[in-house]
Design a protein around this ligand. Structure first.
Ligand code: ADE
Length: 241
């Protein structure tokens, strides 16, 4: 079963872009997901294919007109998935949202440009408004690529080793513990000896402790909001064989 991403944008050539490479690129090639970029400009009804206008009330910048976006959405009404609007005003994207979207048959993503989109289009279609962070991008496209990357790797069968996703940052409400690989000594730096001990219980405990330590130091907000998830992760780590 394939996941369909339909992206409504003024810059369709930006898709699949980086998602055509590496893990998501392979998944695209093997049909685990499909990427359909719709050019909003193709749906204008004015002579010069204008997609924006000056804002009512004055001010700097241009506002994307409702008409071409509405027509583009209507022309692709059969495409699966929730309608998401990329905007700095949206709900902050997190791993839980990506996990949720990855269980759905697809997603329809609307990318804004300029100062924003005519509010009446948003009121009519009621998209889920999502932000990829507290900074302003020049448009929603890069945000859409970020969101799709995070979703695609979670699609069933996309990650080679399905377990590799369960321990990583955010999955248990914590940032991930540090990793080491061969050689055991590199430029005079050694690997924590517990990782060489073969004692799986001690390794699990060390990793759980490190995850808490790093999260406490870097993102105490995650601990505050996810205390229950933390407790669960710690007890799971401690029980691991
Ligand atoms: N468009 C512009 N800035 C954005 C952001 N931070 N997140 C999502 N879409 C955006």
């Amino acid at each position: 079963m394939s996941f369909t991403a339909t992206v409504f944008t003024l810059f369709p050539e930006m898709f699949p872009g980086p998602l055509g490479h590496a893990l998501s690129g392979k998944a695209l090639q093997t049909g685990q997901w499909a990427c359909d970029a719709v050019n909003i400009r193709d749906y204008t009804e004015n002579k010069h294919n204008k997609v924006d206008e000056v804002p009512y009330g004055g001010g700097a910048g241009l506002v994307m007109s409702a008409q071409p976006i509405d027509a583009a959405l209507d022309a692709h009404a059969g495409k699966p998935g929730r309608l998401v609007l990329m905007t700095p005003r949206g709900r902050p994207m997190d791993q839980a949202l990506c996990r949720e979207l990855a269980t759905e048959p697809g997603v329809r993503i609307l990318c804004g440009r300029y100062e924003g989109i005519d509010q009446r289009l948003i009121d009519k279609h009621e998209p889920l408004e999502v932000s990829v962070g507290d900074y302003v991008l020049s448009g929603g496209e890069v945000g859409a690529l970020v969101m799709l990357d995070a979703i695609i790797r979670l699609l069933p069968g996309v990650m080679g080793n399905d377990l590799s996703g369960t321990d990583e940052s955010f999955e248990g409400g914590l940032l991930e513990y540090p990793h080491y690989t061969r050689p055991a000594e590199w430029q005079g730096r050694t690997v924590p000896s517990v990782l060489l001990s073969g004692n799986h219980e001690a390794i699990a405990r060390w990793r759980a402790d490190k995850a808490i330590e790093i999260t406490t130091a870097r993102r105490p907000d995650l601990l505050d909001t996810e205390q229950a998830a933390v407790d669960e992760t710690v007890s799971k780590e401690r029980k691991r064989p």
